[in-house]
Design a protein around this ligand. Structure first.
Ligand code: TXA
Ligand code: MG
Length: 352
């Protein structure tokens, strides 16, 4: 299949871009697939109400079909048409955070095929905060099912380049809207349990949700790495975000972490390995490895969220065999950062 790549600037959707988006919408309405930017990561979109489209999404990603997809809408009133009833909490959260990086799980109605929800009676819904995405959803009939636009298991794409790498030849179109703003996938909150529960941490933190709802719980399996229970979001059980090389997270005081990583680097180099290190702006110059990348500043964790997946992909681009990463505080968005980093490392952590 020929994959067309079109460039659209989010801040300048002119007539030509509008025409491209209409065309992209037609592709989705006819059962095809289009990768597109959102504010979190790039999505791989198909018609959420068409079971064949969802099947195609699983095939293009190489994703197990018991892992449900998120349905993207462009206006709140469309939620009512695909769920049994809209919980009060959903109205409050939408008012506070939509369009934005929050996905809400509700009981689905018959309009949503089981192919889209991986066989579940619930559906995950979000309204992304990106003009390209919103216009595309509108042009596509109102409901786009979209997982992150990567081959299953690889780090989510924050640049169109990585969608092109993973999906060329497998889908009809890729919309290049530049680097995404946030860089980590949306927070997922389940509204079908008595107390709303966070199933995947993200940019919208537990405290922010608590401010709106008063009460919030969190699926323990996603923060307790020794838990043997199944996470409630089926996708969280899979190995994920993984770079090709072996990644180890190193925890401890800065001096000890730097010393340990430099010692391990020397050993790995003697074994003929290429080594990469994930540091921060203030530590990057302390490492001896051939490739050292900063994910940003500890004083501004948003920069770390923004860069993390990109850096993991760059290590793959440079054929790095062994990687070490500093560890990050789990406050606020740090919880989402460490959740993704731990998965990328297969929970391989050294504590000094
Ligand atoms: O930011 C995002 O959410 C991005 C962009 C493209 O919107 N999408 C995304 O989709 O991250 P994906 O498919 O990579 O991750 C969806 C997660 C999976 O872990 C899946 O198991 C969970 O959402 N999920 C979807 N529907 C669910 C449901 N009904 N119940 C529980 N978990 C669900
Ligand atoms: Mg994903």
């Amino acid at each position: 299949m020929l994959t067309e790549v079109v460039k659209i600037e989010e801040k300048n959707i002119d007539e030509k871009a509008g025409e491209e988006l209409r065309k992209a919408g037609e592709i989705i309405k006819e059962g095809g697939l289009v990768a597109f930017p959102t504010e979190t990561v790039y999505g791989l979109g198909g018609d959420a109400l068409n079971p064949d489209s969802s099947k195609k999404i699983y095939a293009a990603k190489g994703r197990p079909s018991d892992n449900p997809l998120i349905v993207h809408v462009y206006r709140f009133e469309d939620v009512e048409k695909i769920v049994e009833d809209v919980p009060e909490a959903a109205r409050k959260l939408a008012k506070a955070f939509w369009p934005g990086p929050l996905t809400m799980i509700m009981n689905k109605n018959d309009k949503v095929p089981y192919e889209t929800t991986g066989g579940l009676d619930t559906v995950a819904i979000r309204m992304p905060n990106n003009e390209i995405a919103l216009k595309l959803i509108e042009q596509s009939g109102g409901y786009i099912a979209a997982p992150s636009a990567n081959t299953s298991g690889r780090p989510s794409p924050t640049l169109a380049r990585y969608c092109i790498e993973d999906l060329t030849g497998k889908i009809e179109m890729i919309i290049d809207g530049g680097q995404v703003g946030i860089g980590l996938e949306s927070t997922i909150v389940d509204l079908t349990s008595e107390v709303p529960m966070i199933l995947r941490p993200g940019y919208i933190t537990a405290d922010m949700l608590k401010d709106v709802l008063g009460e919030i719980s969190i699926d323990r399996t996603i923060i307790d790495s020794s838990s043997t229970q199944r996470p409630k979001a089926p996708g969280m059980k899979y190995r994920h975000y993984a770079p090709k090389g072996q990644l180890t997270i190193v925890q401890g005081s800065q001096d000890k972490v730097v010393e340990y990583i430099n010692t391990m680097t020397k050993k790995a180099v003697l074994d003929g390995k290429r080594v990469g290190v994930i540091g921060t702006d203030s530590t990057r110059n302390l490492y001896d490895a051939e490739v050292v990348k900063s994910v940003g500043s500890r004083d501004d964790e948003k920069t770390i969220a923004h860069e993390l997946f990109k850096v993991l992909r760059e290590f793959d681009d440079e054929n790095i065999d062994v990687m070490f990463s500093e560890s990050f505080d789990e406050n606020g968005i740090g919880q989402a950062i460490m959740n993704r980093l731990l998965k990328a490392a297969g929970h391989n952590v050294v504590t000094l």
